[in-house]
Design a binder for this molecule. Sequence first.
Ligand code: FAD
Length: 409
Amino acid sequence: MSDVVVVGAGLAGFHTAAALRRLGHQGGLTVLGAEEHAPYDRPPLSKAFLGGSLTAADLALDDPDAPLDVVWERGVRVVGLQAGAAGAPHRVLLADGTDRRAEHVVVATGADAVRLGDHMPGAHVLRTIEDAERLRAERLAGARVVVVGDGFVALEAASTVVELGAASVVVAGPEERPLERRYGPELAASLLALHARRGVVCRGGARAVAVTSGADGRAAGVMLADGTHLDADVVVVGIGARPATAWLAGSAVVRDATGHVDCDARGATSVPGVWAVGDCARWNDEVRGPMRCAGHWQDALDHAATVAAALVGAPAPAVTEPYCWSEQHGVMVQVAGHLAGGERATVLDGSVDGADLLLRYDRDGEEVAVLGMNRPREVTRWRRSRRPRPVPTPLVAAESGPTRSLEDA
Ligand SMILES: Cc1cc2nc3c(=O)[nH]c(=O)nc-3n(C[C@H](O)[C@H](O)[C@H](O)COP(=O)(O)OP(=O)(O)OC[C@H]3O[C@@H](n4cnc5c(N)ncnc54)[C@H](O)[C@@H]3O)c2cc1C
């Protein structure tokens, strides 16, 4: 029997395993992953990998010269979890009818790209290496491209296909201006100006209802709710991601209404010995905001370090401010701090005309976040200035039952 089974061989799963070994865990460690690939980094999928300047080998997370001492099982889909009663091992159920037993199970199954209905003939999403390869294989030079969605991944895809020579790129998003609701009018105006300068048309207030196809089965465009049809040779759908946690249905692991696994501030779920990290998890974290939902690269790393520490009985790493970034048309957008909604933004420097901007966000008179466009130094300085805080106690899971560290087990 393995001491720890990690379900999901993505960023969070990989880093959980790496942190466990780094912290001295010497027991069995198995990582189960549905993909055939070794764990890889996803951010380049909409940027340099899609653009062709990185290969799949460049995305690999494990170091070929010093590989992790882990049993990797690739191409295996987990379909269920049976929690062990009274100290008995948990059973992780695989699609082939076999199981893996472990005292501790780390749920790291990430998220799946949301699709525009069940039928998206010839249209693309961006979540896996294969998705990016398929889009890259399209004849993008000279193509009319419609990108559905106005979040970071959609805007990055728009920027990369421009770079690849698309004849026209329309971003059809539900907001009047991209990312306005979350980050405010200043960033929205800047992004609009940036994309417009590169020839991308951001069509706001556009509710896409379907991808249409021609007689050849290829995507022919996108139908909007107001009856407008946006003609396209290539359609990319970037409307978000949904936690890949359906396999936990029927288990005692509590998920919220959106399917995220509910966790305390150390990643413990409602079932002792079951933990969750990365995009599939929602951590109850007082510093970063109550019931904060992950979805960014840095969250996956922070979760992994915290859960690994809990598993080996080490002190929890201090909680730092959330952080994420995006890159569009060569401009680095970075956000540090926690935006819960309703903050007021102030322009500290630069202007909203495009590629140079520094914003500060305040909530109830307190500075809570900064956003920089091409301002890496200022954002880094702000992150360093924020004192990491200890993980709050008591833990949610500790109230519903004992959490066992590997040392106790
Ligand atoms: C195109 C793209 C660009 C991004 N760019 C940025 C960026 O610029 N900045 C940023 O901060 N963040 C970015 N992100 C977000 C970041 O990559 C994610 O937050 C991170 O990958 C989350 O890691 P994870 O391990 O939780 O999930 P994933 O990386 O999705 O890994 C989950 C793994 O679990 C596997 N799995 C799922 N279900 C099962 C099952 N039932 N059985 C076995 N295995 C299963 C999946 O196949 C997958 O390999 C981007 C994401 C994407 C998709």
